[in-house]
Design a protein around this ligand. Structure first.
Ligand code: GLC
Length: 750
């Protein structure tokens, strides 16, 4: 017996020795030499259904170091990582924090699947760019792409892999706080901007300076009724196909990695559980192969919508519709296993979703080097660099829109003696920033006050608050402001609303300039000094009264870190404003929604003359105060010689050209815009549709011929089933410097 046990002992030792010497095979999924799809297939085979559910679970992270780890919730999240129940975190930022969590996932979970870290980098991470609505007013797609690429570079340097941008929601309602996140009211331009932002954010996803983009909010979130946040959406199928869907598709066509469900319903079905939107259109018709992530809690919110009876039902409906990752409802991780066991969800459906999550983790190289984005030296060198701020300044300058400049009140002469700078917002940095400021710090920003001081000299700026932080005013504040203006050559006043009221869950029923500021403007105008009003807002406000008491109106939006420097460059004429608004400015709140690409109606009101029994208001004009595409320059651009052929074949093209002359005294840039109108079609078409633009530079006195080529695609539209229609008949073509002041010509499509 002793011999036998000795033999067994000997055998065991030799096996152990042999085992230690025989190289352990690297699992296929961990082998960087193997193709991604094979690695995914190998990993899926190894995963339990619970671990697959975990990959579809995205949690809000927060801080996992220091005292935060005394919190049971945080400890619970770390244990979920170890249990393979978290695929992604949002709101964990910085190399230190992300590396700490990545280590737990890679070294302490059974399969070591890395985490995707996501964050809302909407217009900058540390260097804050103008809000998206503002940057869109630059009509400078290459700069817009650069803005996104700089934002991605900073985010990636901070350990992040994914941002929830670009927002592609078309909206006509400035009561909705989220108009600041989009590219305005035009579908064609919104699609071009969306594509530029995707390219800027993602590049080829083959380095550590680009991150996954996310097309949101799919779909038609910008159509919330009355501009009220999270409100109902009810749009026709023709509007869905022609007005709302194209920008999402443009972003998908540009290679967007992920898409986010919208909170709202479409055709009465919540977007998160909308099989038509997700399976039929996004995945089948558009061929989207990326990842669909819910909005915050939107899977669970299928219940209050009245479309699911409980969380298990909501999980089933979301996943059956083709949606995938669950942001913060925490119901997929809970119910997916039992839904599969009950046969209500197939393993194929689950694997399709999970494989898309795993694909991006492989594509980003996280399986081969989980700490690839975790370089503290790179983080320090990249964030808030001078080069990044220089791009933010360029973006800020070109986002500014000059709306009024009576008697050439602007630009200001550098030789002036004194500027009375009036307005709480001129110094208040936190009011210059919006809800989506990522890890940017208001204290890093250049205020208007600081910008003007640097430009004109400290002694030349006399500041007075003029109104309180809540925009209210009183006799004392007004009299102090008037006194400050007494010895000034010019008054510059910053009006508008705080950036804090721009963004999600910030709808306003009242989008007028606050009464206190109107009172202040009236008093300042009485001084007889020129009044330059700078408007700080994340949306078009009603400026009808304000412009009455101002010599100049400059829409500054929310410009980010380099606000003051950009504003000073424009006011001093060192930068000739080029911005053109991408959202109409209502004449009055009652006009909302007001937009340029409206239908003609059965009784269109004449612009002038008798509007009896026509589509009109009795108390205000139909036209907005400032139309889509409008913006002034310090110089003047004249349009002449519009030329277009009289006929175009369906499979042909139509050449259009126009002569643009800089007839003023300043070199400048002009956004030449081309619109069409399909006079008669199988569904009514808008009175104008933007189909092209050129941003051109012209020296004082210089003329240029600007040419466009229209194709059948430009003249096409969708029917209610999403079929493309190109119909012969009469068309008009318009060219001008905005959507109202245009030259026009007619042609027939044969
Ligand atoms: C929010 C927003 C969405 C954002 C997400 C994560 O509710 O609707 O745009 O990306 O949650 O913060």
């Amino acid at each position: 017996m002793r011999k036998l046990s000795a033999l067994i002992c000997l055998l065991t030792i030799s096996q152990l020795l042999f085992a230690q010497t025989k190289p352990v095979a690297t699992p296929v999924y961990k082998d960087a030499k193997i193709a991604i799809n094979q690695r995914i297939a190998d990993l899926l085979k190894r995963m339990t259904i619970e671990e697959k559910a975990g990959q579809l679970n995205q949690l809000n992270g927060g801080v996992f170091t220091g005292p935060a780890m005394n919190d049971a919730g945080q400890k619970g999240k770390v244990q979920m990582i170890r249990d393979g129940k978290v695929g992604s975190f949002l709101n964990v930022t910085g190399v230190k924090e992300t590396k700490n969590i990545q280590r737990v996932a890679v070294e302490e979970s059974r399969l070591g699947i890395p985490i995707l870290f996501a964050f809302d980098v909407i217009h900058g991470y540390k260097t804050i760019f103008p809000i998206p609505l503002a940057e869109a007013c630059s009509w400078d797609l290459p700069q817009i792409e650069i803005n996104s690429s700089v934002s991605a570079k900073e985010a990636a340097a901070a350990g992040l892999h994914w941002t929830f941008a670009p927002m592609c929601d078309i909206s006509n309602d400035p009561r909705w706080g989220r108009v600041m996140e989009g590219a305005g009211e035009d579908t064609y331009y919104g699609g071009l901007v969306a594509a530029a932002r995707v390219k800027g954010l993602q590049g080829n996803l083959d380095d550590v300076t680009h991150i996954l983009s996310c097309v949101k909010h799919y779909a038609a979130y910008g159509a919330v009724e009355a501009g009220r946040e999270y409100n109902n959406v009810d749009v026709s199928r023709t509007a869905l196909w022609n007005k709302y869907l194209p920008p999402y598709k443009a972003a998908v066509d540009a290679g967007a990695a992920t898409v986010m469900n919208a909170f709202n319903v479409v055709d009465g079905i919540p977007a998160s559980a909308n099989h038509f939107l997700v399976e039929d259109v996004l995945k089948k018709k558009w061929g989207f192969k990326g990842l669909v992530v819910s909005d915050w809690g939107s899977f669970g919110e299928i219940i209050p919508h009245g479309y699911a009876s409980d969380n298990k039902d909501a999980t089933l409906k979301a996943l059956q519709a083709g949606s995938m990752m669950d942001m913060e409802s925490q119901i997929v991780v809970k119910y997916l296993p039992e839904l599969v066991k009950e046969g209500k969800l197939t393993m194929k459906q689950v694997d399709d979703a999970v494989s898309r999550v795993l694909y991006f983790k492989f594509k980003l190289g996280l399986f081969d080097d989980p700490y690839k984005f975790s370089d503290e030296a790179r983080e320090k060198a990249t964030l808030f660099s001078a080069a990044n701020r220089a791009e933010a300044l360029k973006a800020a300058r070109s986002s500014i829109v000059l709306l009024k400049n009576a008697n050439n009140a602007l630009p200001l002469k550098k030789s002036l003696n004194k500027i009375a700078l009036i307005g709480h917002y001129a110094k208040s940095k936190e009011d210059m920033f919006d809800f989506w400021t990522a890890n940017g710090s208001a204290s890093d920003a250049v205020s208007v006050y600081e910008g003007l001081q640097a430009k004109f000299g400290n002694g030349k700026i006399e500041y007075s608050a003029g109104y309180n932080a809540d925009a209210s005013t009183n006799d004392k504040l007004i009299s102090d402001a008037v006194a400050a203006a007494a010895n000034a050559d010019v008054i510059v006043t910053v009006i508008g609303i705080s950036g804090k009221i721009a963004g999600e869950e910030r709808s306003l029923a009242n989008v007028n300039i606050p009464d206190g500021q109107i009172q202040l403007l009236k008093a300042l105008q009485k001084t007889g000094k020129p009044v330059i009003a700078l408007v700080n807002s994340g949306r078009p406000l009603v400026l009808t009264q304000a412009q009455e008491f101002s010599n100049a109106i400059v829409q500054c939006w929310i410009l980010g870190t380099e606000t003051g420097t950009a504003v000073a460059d424009v006011l001093a004429g060192d930068y000739n404003p080029t911005g053109k608004t991408v959202m109409s400015f209502p004449y009055a709140i009652g006009q909302i929604p007001v937009y340029y690409n409206h239908f003609n109606t059965n009784r269109p009101a004449p612009e002038k003359g008798d509007g009896a029994w026509k589509s009109r208001y009795r108390d205000i004009p139909n036209a907005p105060l400032y139309p889509f595409g409008y913006g002034l320059s310090y110089t003047k651009f004249d349009y002449s010689g519009l030329s277009a052929a009289k006929q175009m074949e369906k499979n042909g093209t139509l050449n259009v050209s126009v002569v643009v002359k800089n007839s003023g005294n300043y070199d400048g840039e002009e956004v030449v815009q081309l619109y069409i109108r399909d006079i008669t079609a199988s569904i009514v078409r808008p009175v104008k549709e933007l189909k092209g633009f050129r941003k051109i530079a012209l020296k004082a006195g210089e003329s240029k011929t600007v040419s466009f080529v229209l194709t059948g695609k430009d003249l096409s539209f969708f029917d209610g089933d999403g079929n493309v229609k190109l119909e012969a008949g009469a068309f008009k073509v318009f060219v001008g410097g905005d959507s109202k002041n245009v030259l026009e010509a007619s042609f027939d499509l044969k």
